[in-house]
Design a protein around this ligand. Structure first.
Ligand SMILES: CC(C)(COP(=O)(O)OP(=O)(O)OC[C@H]1O[C@@H](n2cnc3c(N)ncnc32)[C@H](O)[C@@H]1OP(=O)(O)O)[C@@H](O)C(=O)NCCC(=O)NCCS
Length: 171
């Protein structure tokens, strides 16, 4: 069935409708909210702007997306993973971790330019499963210095980039 390798590239405008479906399936978003979100990241992709998204395709079908936002400014060398979603039928095959790796590599190289920084996210995998260790396995830890409140049962997580030292220990 999956006779071609997974490809992870900048999401293209033509993939917008598929990406909206994926987002709605993963996060139970309204059509309108999902479209607005995708419009913003697709505009970002065109100019490699503050918001970007990568899409994972298998045999031409979009099976996962990751969207990131650049927050890097004078006082905050960080970026945020806004959304990560894998098609229900393709979960458990390591696609989510590959998308995260792509996003982190891009942030470390292109946004941080090799300087120390961090990636933050809200861990929605703990929403339905409080024992989920999905992001811990990818090197994330609970953010002790989040600068904003966690949302319900989705704790804020952080991972250092371009440095081996865990971010939470630096706070
Ligand atoms: C979280 C998510 C992106 C993980 O993507 P993935 O490609 O399935 O990641 P993995 O292949 O590493 O699998 C993650 C875990 O799900 C388990 N899993 C296996 N089959 C699964 C299935 N059919 N459905 C859900 N999870 C499955 C895997 O065994 C793995 O558990 P383990 O780490 O204990 O082995 C995906 O489940 C998803 O889109 N969830 C809904 C949206 C969401 O919560 N996104 C995170 C936003 S912070």
């Amino acid at each position: 069935m999956d006779n071609k390798p997974l490809k992870i590239k900048f999401l293209e405008a033509a993939q917008g409708p598929e990406a909206v479906k994926l987002l709605r399936q993963a996060f139970r978003l309204s059509e309108r909210n999902a479209r607005n979100f995708m419009d913003a990241v697709l505009a970002g992709n065109r100019f490699r702007g503050r918001k970007i998204a990568f899409g994972a395709t298998l045999n031409g079908k979009l099976v996962g997306i990751v969207a990131c936002e650049r927050l890097i400014c004078a006082n905050d060398n960080s970026a945020e993973i806004m959304d990560l979603a894998v098609d229900e039928d393709y979960r458990g095959r390591g696609i989510g971790p590959q998308l995260m790796d792509k996003a982190e590599t891009y942030i470390a190289r292109e946004w941080l330019k090799g300087r120390f920084g961090s990636v933050r996210l809200k861990d929605a995998t703990k929403r339905d499963n409080p024992h989920s260790q999905f992001y811990e396995k990818l090197g994330y830890e609970i953010d002790n210095n989040p600068g904003r409140l966690p949302c319900g049962n989705e704790p804020l997580m952080v991972k250092a980039l371009n440095n081996a030292e865990p971010v939470a220990l630096r706070a």
